[in-house]
Ligand binder design. Structure first.
Ligand code: ADP
Ligand code: MG
Length: 316
């Protein structure tokens, strides 16, 4: 449905995108994951025809985004990182405006009604956009993307700046849209793509470093997971007891204490969840576990591991 081939984007002599290629199939919900500055927005802006690439092509359902710009753009609804809202308009005026701008030929009143229902903005239709909360503004941005019923919808960091309740609502909305649309969700939040997408394309420093089904990527990420454990008990004995637990491959006692509790870094063997064994072993000895926290799961860490992995693959 969307074929991205050998995209390169240079700003001055710096490469924001360094030869990226991937294909999105019809019906997929694909996460486009990467840390800030990775090149996500640049990619999405090129895919939607807002920005020209230095080289490479984007083909949407057989139509080149440059050669067949009008037809290709009609197939895509886009919620950019900064939604293009006219804040002095009411929601209704704005959606009417977008409808005309897109040259939409559907029944206007009915179509806008439907979109307001889906995005749950019916109650604010007569309000000025500038007076809406960030959560409602974002939903108006999504409504704008849905006008014209495009089969593909692209979201760029749709939950940034929202409160936890709004984040859940927006993710549910995206998940629901994914049942009837092809969706690309660009974000720097790993848990967001894990909870919404079937497939994840990872970008770092302008290069694709992974492209896998969500479950496989999650497996890669949780391999050799390390935990930071805080245990109230004698340091030497606790260290020894932890080392005897099957599935634990490494235990390191840190010089960190909190009254009679010490902190340990404990590493499990690949694909072994050591948490229950940890709990049972410590409870049996009456050494209370005061804390348990996964380490090395922040994005930077994951990207380094993924980059190592792809590096290894190439050398194999
Ligand atoms: P992301 O959306 O993943 O955070 P961007 O696509 O916005 O990343 O940016 C990718 C890289 O390109 C960054 O290093 C950014 O500083 C740079 N960049 C983005 N837009 C411009 C621009 N208009 N001029 C110069 N550099 C830019
Ligand atoms: Mg961005």
């Amino acid at each position: 449905m969307v074929e991205i081939k050998n995209l390169v984007k240079k700003y001055g002599n710096k490469y924001a995108l360094d030869d990226i290629s991937f294909t999105i199939n019809s019906g997929e919900i694909v996460g486009f994951l990467g840390p800030n500055g990775a090149g996500k927005s640049t990619t999405m802006n090129i895919v939607t025809g807002y920005l020209a690439s230095t080289s490479g092509t984007v083909v949407v359902d057989g139509k080149d985004i440059l050669e067949n710009a009008l037809e290709a753009k009609k197939l895509i609804g886009y919620l950019p990182e900064q939604p293009p809202l006219y804040v002095d308009m009411t929601v209704q005026e704005y959606l009417d405006f977008v409808f005309e701008l897109k040259g939409c030929t559907l029944n206007k009143a009915k179509h806008i009604d439907e979109i307001c229902t889906i995005t749950k903005i019916t109650s604010v239709r007569e309000r000025l956009i500038k007076n809406l909360s960030k959560g409602y503004k974002q939903r108006v941005g999504i409504a704008q993307a849905l006008i014209g019923n495009p089969p593909i919808i692209i979201f760029d960091e749709p939950t940034v700046g929202l409160d936890p309740k709004q984040i859940i609502e927006v993710r549910n909305l995206i998940r629901n849209l994914g049942k009837t649309h092809t969706v690309i969700l660009s974000t720097h939040i790993l848990s967001e793509v894990q909870s919404v997408c079937n497939r994840i394309v990872v970008i770092n420093n302008g290069k694709i470093v992974a492209d896998e089904k969500t479950e496989n990527l999650t497996k890669t990420i949780t391999e050799n997971l390390r935990y930071r454990v805080k245990v109230s008990g004698p340091q030497r004995e606790v260290t020894q007891a932890l080392r005897t637990i099957p599935g634990i491959v490494n235990v390191e006692a840190l010089n960190e204490r909190d009254a009679d509790a010490f902190v340990y870094i404990v590493e499990g063997a690949p694909n072994v969840d050591i948490r229950k064994k940890l709990f049972r072993t410590l409870a049996a000895k009456d050494w209370p576990m005061l804390g348990l926290e996964a380490v090395g799961t922040d994005l930077e860490d994951i990207f380094i591991r993924l980059t190592d992995k792809t590096g290894k693959k190439k050398g194999e």
